[in-house]
Design a protein around this ligand. Structure first.
Ligand SMILES: [Fe+2]
Ligand SMILES: [Fe+2]
Length: 373
């Protein structure tokens, strides 16, 4: 039994623009958001250190902790307009050259509006990173309670500290160096709610460690490469070191667990992976930014969706998720169901890229800096 698109993502057509834009954050003034869940906190009396890959990961996590207050140079002055101009000179501006803007609201834009778009996009992106990091903080605190293995409880507890630090650095960067916050994007919010509402411990892992953090790892990597701003560059470099471990934690844990699950149980997992991929793709349309820029959201999003150059950039964000799903067997299980869906989303080409279970040690920039000093 497989679910319909309507059941998984609330619409029949994956690219139904009206349906995508009808999902908005209606809770923008609230300071709290509650997600109910009915789950078991699990003690284990088996203290045997039986999972060597997780033992190794835990040791690495203990030695690669860093302190956001003292390991980053917060005295750096950030001129956000200069940052936007420097980025635009590298990536050629928001839309790619092939997009014809005549007859659209953008045709009349001067440098002033394009710079403002760059500033708003940066405020929005870093805000979503911050909210996503809080989602990771809640999810890993959850995993400490719900995962039945002692080695995984130990490791997850280090990740709780990592995620607190990540929320801290993005919140501080937004406050001290940028020029405004955005509330959580509705698509990202839906996904985080779905992850936290699920009572099965491995679903927390799949949604957060594999999908959300896999995408974050790629997105941080892309921004780290692009930005010329030294504080953001260093901050992302350290956050990525942690994220690589987090994704590896997901891969190493689920690889063992999935071998025990039946096809019927696996169908829920592949469907959840698909739902997560669609939600994260929807969020990149950054509908809130267009709204704040005063352009018709639908027109702007239509242009974004038609822009093949931007699509290529967005697809790169799946370059960690797809090989990790492959490593977990998710692409092949259940008659290749997820392989088919990733093919339709245009991201299957990353399947043979390196998986994070293999590459995490190479990404430990904190350890490299310590060894050098
Ligand atoms: Fe994080
Ligand atoms: Fe993380």
């Amino acid at each position: 039994m497989t679910s319909t698109n309507q059941e998984m993502i609330g619409r029949d057509e994956v690219n139904d623009l009206e349906a995508i834009l009808s999902i908005t954050n209606t809770d923008v003034d609230a300071t709290m958001h509650t997600v109910g869940a009915n789950l078991d906190a699990i003690f284990t009396w088996d203290y045997e250190r039986s999972r060597a890959p997780l033992v190794k990961l835990y040791e690495k996590a203990k030695t690669s902790q860093w302190n956001a207050s003292t390991d980053l140079d917060w005295s750096v002055d950030v001129d956000q307009e200069q940052v936007v101009l420097a980025n635009a000179s590298q990536d050629g501006g928001f839309f790619s050259q092939e997009i014809d803007l005549s007859g659209t609201p953008f045709a009349k834009w001067t440098d002033k509006e394009w710079i403002q778009l760059g500033i708003e996009s940066q405020n929005w992106t870093l805000s979503q990173f911050m909210h996503g990091e809080q989602g990771a903080l809640l999810c890993t605190a959850r995993i400490v309670e719900t995962v039945p293995w002692i080695d995984a409880k130990y490791y997850a507890s280090t990740q709780v500290m990592d995620e607190a630090r990540h929320v801290e650095v993005f919140a501080r960067y937004l406050d001290e160096k940028l020029s405004g916050h955005y509330p959580i994007n509705a698509h990202l919010g839906l996904l985080l709610d779905d992850i936290l509402a699920d009572s099965r411990w491995d679903m927390t892992y799949l949604g957060m460690q594999i999908m959300v953090e896999g995408l974050a790892l790629a997105a941080f990597g892309f921004m780290h490469q692009m930005t010329t701003e030294p504080l953001l560059k260093q901050l992302l470099r350290y956050v990525m070191s942690d994220e690589a471990r987090h994704v590896a934690f997901g891969v190493l844990s689920l690889k063992e667990y999935y071998t025990e699950l039946s096809d019927r149980e696996m169908q829920d997992r592949v469907e959840f992976a698909f739902e997560a991929a669609v939600r994260m793709r929807d969020r990149f349309l950054q509908q809130e930014v267009w709204d704040r820029m005063g352009v018709p959201v639908k027109d702007a999003v239509q242009l974004v969706m038609a822009d093949e150059g931007r699509k290529m950039f967005q697809n790169i964000l799946f370059s960690k998720i797809v090989p990790n799903c492959k490593k977990l067997g998710l692409l092949e299980r259940n008659g290749g169901w997820l392989r088919q869906r990733f093919t339709e989303l245009g991201v299957i080409q990353f399947e043979d890229w390196i998986d994070t279970g293999e590459e995490y040690a190479m990404l430990d920039e904190v350890a490299k800096d310590r060894a050098a000093s």
